[in-house]
Design a protein around this ligand. Sequence first.
Ligand code: PEP
Ligand code: MG
Length: 927
Amino acid sequence: MKSSATDGKYVFSFREGDGKNRILLGGKGANLCEMTRIGLNVPPGFVISTVACRSYLARKDGSLPPGLMDEVKTHIREVESRTAREFGSAKNPLLVSVRSGSAVSMPGMMDTILNLGLNTETLQGLIRQTGNPRFAYDSYRRFIQLFGKVALGVEDSKFDAQLEAVKTRAGVRSDVDLRQEDLKEVAERFLTVIEKETGNPLPMNVYDQLEAATKAVFNSWMGRRAVDYRREFGITPDIADGTAVNVQAMVFGNMGNDSATGVAFTRDPGTGENVFFGEYLTNAQGEDVVAGIRTPKPIADMAAEMPDLHRQLEELRSRLESHYREVQDFEFTIEKGILYCLQTRNGKMNAAAMVRTSVEMTAQGILSREEALLRIKPSMLEQLLHPRLDASHKAPVLAQGLPASPGAAGGLIVFDADRAANLGKAGEKVILVREETKPEDIHGFFASRGILTSRGGKTSHAAVVARSMGKPCVSGAEGITVDVHLRTAVIGDKILREGDYITIDGGTGHVYEGVIPTVDPVFSAELKTLLQWADEAARLKVYANADTPDTALKALEYGAMGIGLCRTERMFNALERLPIVLDMILAETVTARQNALNKLLPIQKGDFKEIFTTMAGKPVTVRLLDPPIHEFLPTPDELREELRQLEHLKTTAQGVGRLYASFRLLHADALLGEQPHLPFDDRGVELIDQAIIKKELMLKKVRELQEVNPMLGHRGVRLGLTYPEIYKMQIRAILETAAECRKEGLDVRPEIMVPQVCTAQELKQVKKYLEEVLEGVEAAYGFRPDFKFGTMIEVVRACMRAGELAREAQFFSFGTNDLTQAVFSFSREDAENKFLPLYAEKNILQENPFEGIDRRGVGRLMRIAVEWGRETKPDLEIGICGEQGGHPESIIFCHKLGLDYVSCSGPRVPVARLAAAHAALEEKKGD
Ligand code: PEP
Ligand code: MG
C-alpha cells in the first residue's frame, strides 16, 4: 500500500487495521488486527505503521514525523478507556509492550520491551494491582535493563555485573532465589547504571519512554543485524520496507488463582493428531515457564481446575483453526478470569504431522484437497522416506561432507567393495568408505547400508548410485583422509580403522563416531491418500530411474508410473558379469566380441523379464549401452602395478623352485617333505607367465582405448555404431523378452532409448539395426512386439536439431546431467568439488545447475528442443531423466515447458508426485 493510501495516518488501532496488509502493518501487527477483527479477545493496542518508520528514517534530525506522537496519544487514550487503566498513573497504571514487526518475520532483529510505563510511581500502582511486590520489582528491573539496552544502547554486561553483585551479597546462585528486597536493590542499581552510562536518568515520563522505544524500534531496521539478515535472505523493499511498532496493553497471568498463562497448538505438532496440545501455569507469567521455576500442566488439567475457561479455550482453538485454516500455535493469558489471546501463528510441524493434518483437515471440510496439497512443501516429504537419526542423540559431529543422498545409517567401516559384499552377505551392517567410487564398486553398494566418500560432489558416482538405490550417502567429506592400503580413515588426529563403527546422515552430510539409533520411515495411509490426490491433480507423470528388478519394485512402491531410465551399463556391474563385459570391450575380433555378447544376452533377458513383469502395464524405457568405457577398465597404472607384482611372484616362484633343487642335490629334500606346490613349481611359473602375457595384452588394449576426455569420447551411440553387435544384442534382448512376456499374456511396454545422439543420422543407423533384429524376432515368435523408439537429448546439438530428430524418434528424454555439463562446459565431478561452492558463496551462480535446472541456459535450450520437436511431431512424448528430474522447482519448470513426464530415483518419486501436483495447481491459480 502506498503512503498516500493511508491519508497521512500513521497509527492504526487493532480494531481498524487491515489484517491482510502486512506491508503496512507488519506481520505481527496485521495478525493482531485480524484477531481483533474476528472477535477474539486480544488485549487492546495499536500499530505504528511502516510508513511512519520510513518517514522517520528519511528525516535527518532524528525526530519522529510531525503529528505522530499526537496520534499515539489519541490511541493510548483509547487503550486506557478499554482497559480502565491509565498510562503513567500511580494508582492504576496501564503498562504496554512494545514490539517490532516487519512484513516478514526477522528473528532476533529487536527484543521486545515489556512493561513499558513503569517508573518509581507507577511501580507502586503495579504492586497494588498485583498484590505481589516481588513480581513488581522483578518486572521493574527487567524493564529498566531492556529499555536501557534497546532504547538507550547500554550494554547488557553493565547490568549483569550489578545483578551478579547482588546475587553474591544475597548468597544465591539463581535469579529466582532473589527476594523482594534484593530485586528492589537490583532495580535501584540498574537506575544508577543508566544514569552513569547515558548521563541522564531513566525517563520517568511514560510518553518519553514510549517515544524513545518507538525510535529505537525504527532504528533497529537499519541496525547491522537486520541489514545483514535482509541481505542474506534476499528481503528486498518490495517484500518488506521498514518495521512497524506494536504497542499493546500488558495483561498479567499472575494476579491470583483465577489467572494463568500458557501456550498451545490446535493439534499435536509432533504427530498431527487432532488433539488439543499445550501447557499452562496458574498464577504465573511467561517468565516462569521460560525460567523453568514451575512445571507447566497439560491443558487437559484445566478442565477440572477452571472448567469455564477451559471451554473458552477450546472455543478459541476451533475459531483460530477455522479462521486461519491452518494449525495454530498460540499464546494466551488469563487475567482475573478473562481469557486473552496474545499471539497466534501457523504451527511449525514435521512432515508426518503436515501430511496427517492435511488429510484430516480435508475430511473435516476445513481445507480443500488443493489446499491440503499446496500447504506441504514437496521437499519436506524426503523426511518421511528415509530412516532418520533419533532426534534425542547428542553425539558430536566427527566430520562434515555433502548431503548427497538422504537417510541415516550406522555400521562398521569397510574400505573396499569386495569386503563390503562379503561382510554384507554375512549379515554385517557396513558403511562403505572410499575416496571415491567407481562402477566396479557396485556390489559393495548393494551390500552396504550407506556410502561415505572423501571426494566428489552431490552428483558424483557415489551420490547418483546411492540415490538411485535409496541408500544414504555423504560425499566429498574432505576432512577425511582415506588410505585403502593402510585401511584407515584419518579425521584430524582421530584414526578410524576397518571394523570401527560410524554413522552417516545423508540428509545433513554429518558423520558421527559409533552407531546412533535411527527411526524407520513409514509410508502412512495418510501419505498414500495425499499422493493419490496429487496424482489426480497433476498433469506430469512421474517415472523412476531404475536399473535392476529390485529398484524397479521399490520405485513401484513409491508410486512410479513407469521407468523413465534403465541404464543398461549398470546391469553389467555385478561381479560375475564384469569379466564378460571386459571380454566384450577388449575383444580383438568381431567373433570374439560376439562370443562375449552371446553370454550377455541371456543375462540381459533375465533382467528385462523381471523388470517388465514388475512394471506390467507401465512403460519401461531401456537405454542402450552408454558407458564411458574407462569406467569399466582398470587404469594403466593399476595394470602396471599388477604386472610388477606378477613379475615379482614369478621370480619368487622360480627362486623357491631352485631352492628345492639344491636341497635335493644335498639329499636334504627329506627335510622338506614333498615336492613344492603351486605356484612354486614349473607349472606355477608357466601360469604366472600366462597371466603376465594376458595383462600385457590388456595394458596394450587399455592404452589403445584410453581417451583424453572419456566423457566426450567413445561412448553412447558412438560406441553403438562402431560395435553394432552390442546394440543389436541389447535390442534383441529387449524385443525377445517383450515377445515372450506378451505370449504369457503380460502387457509390457518397452521403450528403446539411444544415448548421446547429436544427429538424426545416428538414429537412422540404429533404426536399421532395429529393423534387422525385429525381422528375426518376428520370424521366431510370429508377431512384432509393441515398443517405442526414442532418443536422449543430452547433447547441445541434439537440441538444435530437435526438429530433425523428432522425425526418427517417438519420444525425447532430456539427459540434463550431460546437457548441463555441455552447456556450462563444466565437468560435473570437478565443478562440485572445486569451484561451485565458491560460485555459490560469491553469488556468481545462485544454484548448483546439477541439482536444479539452470532455466536461463539449459532451460532455454530445452524450450527450443520442445518447440521444434513438437513442430515436427505434435504428439512427441517428452520427459526428463537427469538428476534434476527429482528437484521440485525443476519439476515445476518441466510442467511449464509442457513435458509429459519427469523421471527420478525411486525414493524421490513421492516428492516429485507432490511437486507435479503443485505445478498444475499453481498454474490453475494463475489462470
Ligand atoms: C543424463 O545425462 O542426464 C543422463 C540421465 O545420463 P547419465 O547420467 O547416465 O549420463
Ligand atoms: Mg547422460
